[in-house]
Design a protein around this ligand. Structure first.
Ligand code: FAD
Ligand code: UDP
Length: 385
């Protein structure tokens, strides 16, 4: 029986959607895109809630990148709303900027330091660490233990369920420390939100006659149907292999979405709670989207051990277990593993897009042009034409 499709793409998040579009538009191949969720966009999915406020179903997603190529790629499918993300942390009864900057320290300690003085202030408190290995080392070696305790220890224990001393340095290294007054959360060259939201951007990306979507469908339900000779898999890699080496740990979240009968709830899009509460942060979406609405919608994020997988947990033992699955993945012909869950990497959206585009280039090198199938020509001849 001939195949109904050239590719089965599992997962309609950034990894699966970027690849589905490339395979269809650049190679003219027939793609079946499935997702077990009832919508496209993966964790970046946004939607109007019951009150008509645009919310992010799976927590705040802010696009930022230093790659012009990645920004340009997505710009084919969306216009952008300029947006620079700012976050406050509730510490000692105040709401102060995080990343820690000059204003954070001056306000918290009632000081009037200059940037140069703050450098000395940090240096006097920083604890020297021989080799920076953990997420605790990163922070205490820069700003000292007191600020570490106030801003990082509690938040990280809530978010990851382990102490920062047990987590790879890359986790807290995502958040810089500044001695100036820059209070933007990200320093990237490109920072923007899709003008009509993420889901609209995905809809445009996937609007191609060669792409068929089936939502609410799990890979497990179709994998034996012989739908396509090749698969892109963007779900959890350990699940693909039946957890045969044991489960890779992922951190989960519970989202408590609420709509309030008031126009504004908080001064910025995200307020972090590093010292108190069971939730890590509250997001108010209208800051991100620019939407005008008499009501406002907010989300409380409660980290958890159970539920959908959201974050790979960067620890040496988990990386070692992933390596075993990666070796299996490399030996699995005709399946390409891409994305945050399938490659067990704590990637931002732009990094996943970059990984998907790199995978597409590898597919182009590895596989004969599909023109050969359509024309009946030998692959080499078809490529030469
Ligand atoms: P996903 O978006 O997880 O998509 C994978 C899809 O595969 C899912 O829809 C899933 O349902 C589907 N799937 C899995 N297994 C199966 C199966 N067996 N059968 C069928 N379907 C399956 N990044 C940023 O750049 N900026 C941010 O501000 C930001 N904020 C974030 C906030 C939170 C709370 C979280 C959790 C992540 C955030 N990220 C952010 C990261 C961003 O979500 C990811 O980088 C990106 O969405 C990953 O895309 P993906 O396609 O790899 O995975
Ligand atoms: N972090 C923290 N306090 C904060 C903000 C971040 O301890 O106020 C730590 C925490 O471990 C978090 C990590 O830094 O998981 C990375 O933060 P980021 O905002 O990048 O997390 P994400 O948006 O990916 O959840």
């Amino acid at each position: 029986m001939p195949y109904a499709y050239d590719w089965l793409v599992v997962g309609a998040g950034f990894a699966g959607s970027v690849l589905a579009e490339r395979l269809a538009s650049q190679r003219g191949e027939r793609v079946l895109l499935i997702d077990r969720r009832p919508h496209v966009g993966g964790n970046a999915h946004d939607r109007l809630d019951a009150a008509g406020v645009l919310i992010h179903q799976y927590g705040p997603h802010i696009f930022h990148t230093n790659s012009e190529a990645i920004f340009d790629h997505l710009s084919q499918f969306t216009a952008w709303r300029p947006y620079e993300h700012r976050v406050l942390a509730r510490v000692d009864g105040m709401e102060v900027p995080i990343p820690i900057n000059l204003d954070t320290v001056n306000r918290l300690y009632g000081l009037d330091l200059t940037s140069a003085e703050l450098e000395d202030w940090f240096a006097a408190r920083a604890e020297p660490v021989d080799e920076i290995r953990t997420s605790e080392d990163v922070v205490v070696s820069k700003v000292g233990r007191e600020l570490y305790e106030k801003f990082f220890r509690g938040y990280t224990r809530k978010q990851w369920g382990v102490d920062p001393s047990q987590l790879d340095k890359s986790v807290t290294a995502r958040v810089p420390t500044r001695t100036n007054r820059d209070d933007r959360y990200f320093g990237d060259a490109f920072q923007a939100m899709p003008a009509e939201g993420f889901t609209r951007m995905f809809e445009r990306m996937l609007d191609h006659p060669a792409i068929t979507r089936r939502l609410g469908v799990d890979y497990a339900d179709v994998k034996t149907e012989g739908l396509a000779p090749r698969t892109i898999f963007t779900g959890p890699v350990d699940e693909f292999f039946g957890h045969r080496f044991g489960r890779l740990p992922y951190r989960c979240l519970r989202f408590d979405h609420r709509t309030l009968d008031q126009e504004r709830f908080q001064p910025v899009a995200v307020v972090n709670y590093p010292m108190s509460e069971d939730y890590t942060r509250i997001t108010e979406y209208k800051h991100l989207t620019g939407q005008k609405h008499p009501k406002t919608s907010i989300t409380y994020e409660y980290p958890s051990d159970v539920g959908d997988p959201y974050y790979p947990i960067p620890r040496a033992e988990n990386a070692a277990l992933y390596k075993r699955y990666e070796a299996l993945a490399l030996q699995t012909p005709d399946v390409w593993f891409v994305g945050r869950l399938a490659t067990y990497r704590y990637y931002n959206m732009d990094q996943v897009v970059g990984q998907a585009l790199a995978t597409f280039r590898r597919i182009e090198q590895a596989l004969p042009r599909p023109g050969a199938r359509e024309t009946g020509l030998e692959p080499a001849l078809s490529t030469a034409l």
